[in-house]
Write a protein that binds this ligand. Structure first.
Ligand code: GL4
Length: 800
């Protein structure tokens, strides 16, 4: 598509789709016009992919996830379709600022963090690999809350991305399913019939997901909740207008908000309703598609693989058994066998508070038939495995992890370390009963978004050096390795990073009014705020460094900009205190004349996917400092390495594999291992001992207690200090000295510019394995038993 064709399409859409005269069009109108023009190019490959799947009777993958953190879609589509140049030129020809048009798009923030973003990367890779697939989730009206800071404290506001038309979705009013809740189960002629007491409609909204070079497109189908009857006219006519609108309100509530927490079980009836709502609608849709093509329901596992993204969709298991048994009339055992040959479950965390449990009472009340089936599944498992000590029902609650495991063909962890820990801890007993069921699938990230699109400087250099083709074959980055010893290549690599940093400095200056030196080290920690991720240890290092700088202002300090980004779950008080502390420390440090440009703390509010795309290409150092054994994998860690930022990190999650691949010499390792961490917790007063052994740590904590960063309110950080001294479960104190010392080693390498650039470039060259294409190929081979559909080179699939 040429510039002129694209421009003409934009003008056509502006006028005929949106009824706007170019003379009066705003950025938003132009952005919508461009989106439509680009979207038109997706529809054909999308149809063709669907036709090819039907005609070839290919097996399909269904990825069920309560979160899809897809971010902005316009640039993604432009990049995948190779329309970058045409789009830039068309915008220029229309006198539009291309970047302003791109950044006008709201982030679709239908997820909290890594788990949701992983689902989005997987969709991208499934399309790139031409694997027939659907993502299924909820079309939340309000995605993750917007974060702002007031006097350093996090304030949450509702997010409203659907306040304006969403350019990428197609509403499918005809694809609606009635989803029941509550009610009774009737036993009749040996069969169970569930009569729900209430119901809502699940209506489908489809977003095409285009793969690399537009060769294939899959569908992200999100469910919106609607009332079964729109409006209570009788009540309206009596003048009770509020009551008349009540059915609509009650139903809509289900798809209204994303739960803003990815580590604790929200424990609310509404959350369970959301889970059943989307799982049931998805299962219904999957079976409708299957039965439209095939007669024998027993062959379901040959044509369908369902992946449960954590336990949030776990109720899909009992729902599938219910439909096969109650509605299709299969014997119970056979129904369970077919369901468990179809379903797979990914575990994303071992944190006890995040392992979902639902009270048996609530489950029985809301989903009476399912609770009965869960008991039977539990019995079936005990009967068929002789694992009688093991149950998914425990002390009045249903353990969704155990239930998902029992009903799965494969269960996977998301990094080698995490999978090993799953086998050793939470699922030890189940692993013993089913020794082949647990497999590892180390996470990955899409290189289209996380290198090609977000870092044009570096991707340009890569292409100039090794040619194209790496975009969907990321291991080719390995060909860069020999170039790292070439001083010319290193200089260009350094220039790209410098330009990205200058760009970010401008943005920080504009957005936050903080001036930062682009030649300082940009040290970045961006992720949800959580005690186990140890932002607190990072900020203690800032305090210790600041203290040392004040003590010896004459020393030749390596200038650093400490960048933080991330949201805390609204109810997580300790995390919110950490946020406030970072902001308070920033206030003191950034205005300290004794420090000047040598240390700055920057914490832009409302970290999201788009901000990550801005920060990662400009990072020098990647902070991956979780307590070993707690971060299941991490995916940010991969994005940083890919963009040439070495890691300072613990042996946790996928850090272990990153270090193996980039080489121990290109990774700043510190801290206790997972095993050592477990042992350390048993040592009496481990925190006190660590504090006594580290004057820097003792001093930093003393600053908290003295109110150095909370003038006039010395108690503000007493609680954090108490945690450090007496309840340091996440071993901040035990790891602090090693972390602080390793940061000085980082300084030393950074001082040697050439050594640093070589290290950074090796990180890029050796990160190819962390492509989500590799992850998806591995799921396809080891879990789903699907193969990519053959498509012609360079063109969209044949519409045969
Ligand atoms: C998470 C893990 O915490 C994170 O380490 C992992 O990378 C991600 C995707 O597998 O899943 N688990 C939960 S819960 N939220 C996450 O981000």
């Amino acid at each position: 598509m040429t510039r002129d064709e694209l421009k003409a399409e934009m003008l056509r859409h502006l006028q005929y789709s949106f009824g706007k005269d170019p003379a009066h069009a705003q950025v938003r109108d132009w952005r919508m016009a461009l989106s439509m023009a680009v979207r038109d190019r997706i529809v054909e490959p999308w149809f063709a992919a669907t036709r090819a799947t039907y005609s070839g009777q290919h097996k399909r993958v269904y990825y069920l996830s309560l979160e899809f953190l897809i971010g902005r879609l316009l640039e993604d589509a432009i990049v995948n379709l190779g329309l970058g140049q045409a789009a830039r030129e068309a915008c220029a020809a229309l006198d539009l600022d291309f970047e302003a048009v791109m950044t006008d798009e709201p982030d679709a923030a239908l997820g909290n963090g890594g788990l949701g973003r992983l689902a989005a990367c997987f969709l991208d890779s499934l399309s790139t690999l031409s694997i027939p697939a659907h993502g299924y989730g909820i079309r939340y009206e309000h995605g993750l809350f917007k974060q702002s800071f007031h006097e350093g404290r996090q304030v949450e506001q509702a997010e409203d991305w659907l306040n304006q038309p969403h350019a990428w979705e197609f509403e499918r009013a005809e694809s609606s399913y009635e989803i029941g809740f509550w009610g009774e189960v009737e036993e009749k002629d040996g069969r169970a019939i569930w009569h729900p007491g209430d119901a809502v409609l699940a209506r489908a909204y489809d977003t095409p997901v285009i793969g690399w070079q537009g060769r294939w497109a899959n569908t992200l189908r999100l469910w919106g909740a609607k009332p079964t009857k729109l409006f209570d006219l009788a009540r309206f006519n009596t003048g009770d207008f509020t009551a008349a609108a009540q059915p609509e309100e009650a139903a809509r509530t289900i798809s209204r908000v994303l739960y803003p927490d990815d580590t604790t079980d929200a424990g609310r009836e509404l959350r369970l309703k959301q889970e059943y709502f989307f799982a049931a609608a998805s299962i219904r849709d999957i079976l409708r598609r299957y039965t439209s093509e095939y007669d024998d329901i027993r062959r379901l596992p040959h044509k369908v693989a369902i992946q449960l993204n954590d336990t949030h969709p776990a109720i899909a298991g009992p729902e599938l058994v219910r439909i096969l048994h109650d509605e299709h009339g299969l014997a119970f055992d056979e129904a369970v066998q077919i369901a468990s040959a179809t379903l797979n479950y990914t575990n994303h965390t071992l944190l006890p508070e995040a392992l979902e449990r639902w009270s048996e009472g609530l489950m029985r009340h809301l989903l009476p038939r399912h609770m009965r089936l869960i008991e039977q599944i539990d019995d079936w498992h005990a009967r068929t495995t002789k694992g009688r000590t093991l149950s998914a029902i425990d002390q009045g609650s249903v353990k969704m992890g155990e239930l998902s495991f029992m009903l799965a063909n494969r269960v996977n962890g998301v990094s080698a370390l995490h999978t090993g820990l799953m086998k050793k801890t939470v699922f030890a007993e189940l692993d013993r009963l089913h020794p082949d069921r647990i497999v590892n699938q180390t996470n990955g990230v899409t290189p289209r978004r996380w290198l090609l699109a977000c870092n044009p400087g570096l991707s340009g250099l890569v292409t100039e050096t090794i040619g194209t083709g790496w975009e969907d074959d990321l291991e080719r980055l390995g060909q860069l390795d020999p170039h790292v010893s070439d001083a010319g290549f290193r200089a260009r690599f350094a220039a790209v990073k410098r330009a990205n940093k200058a760009h970010l400095s401008d943005w920080i200056g504009r957005e936050m009014g903080i001036s930062v030196d682009p030649d300082a080290m940009f040290d970045v920690q961006i992720k949800r705020i959580h005690e186990y991720k140890r932002q607190l240890m990072n900020v203690l290092d800032v305090i210790a460094t600041w203290h040392a700088m004040r003590g010896e202002p004459g020393l030749d300090w390596v200038p650093r900009v400490k960048i933080f980004g991330g949201k805390a779950a609204p109810g997580y008080q300790t995390a919110k205190e950490i946020i406030r502390l970072i902001n308070d420390v920033a206030t003191v440090v950034n205005s300290d004349p004794a420090i000047g440009d040598r240390l700055k703390v920057v914490y832009p509010p409302n970290y999201n996917v788009s901000m990550a795309e801005r920060l990662i290409p400009a990072a020098d150092l990647s902070e991956q400092i979780s307590t070993a054994g707690k971060e299941a994998s991490g995916t940010g860690n991969m994005k940083f390495a890919l963009n040439g930022a070495p890691t300072i990190g613990t042996l946790d999650g996928a850090n272990v594999e990153i270090r193996e691949r980039v080489g121990a010499g290109n990774f700043f390792l510190f801290g206790l291992t997972a095993e050592e961490a477990m042992a350390r917790r048993e040592v009496p007063d481990h925190a006190g001992r660590a504090i006594a052994a580290s004057p820097e740590l003792a001093q930093a904590i003393a600053h908290l207690e003295r109110g150095t960063f909370s003038p006039g309110e010395p108690d503000r950080y007493r609680h954090l200090a108490q945690i450090l001294r007496h309840h340091d479960y996440f071993l901040v104190c035990s790891d602090f000295a090693a972390y602080h010392a390793k940061q000085r080693a980082v300084d030393a390498v950074f001082r040697d510019r050439d050594a640093w650039v070589a290290m950074a470039a090796r990180n890029t060259a050796r990160s190819g394995w962390f492509s989500s294409d590799r992850t998806i190929r591995s799921y396809a081979a080891e879990i789903w038993d699907v193969t990519p559909v053959e498509v012609g080179p360079g063109a969209c699939v044949l519409a045969s």
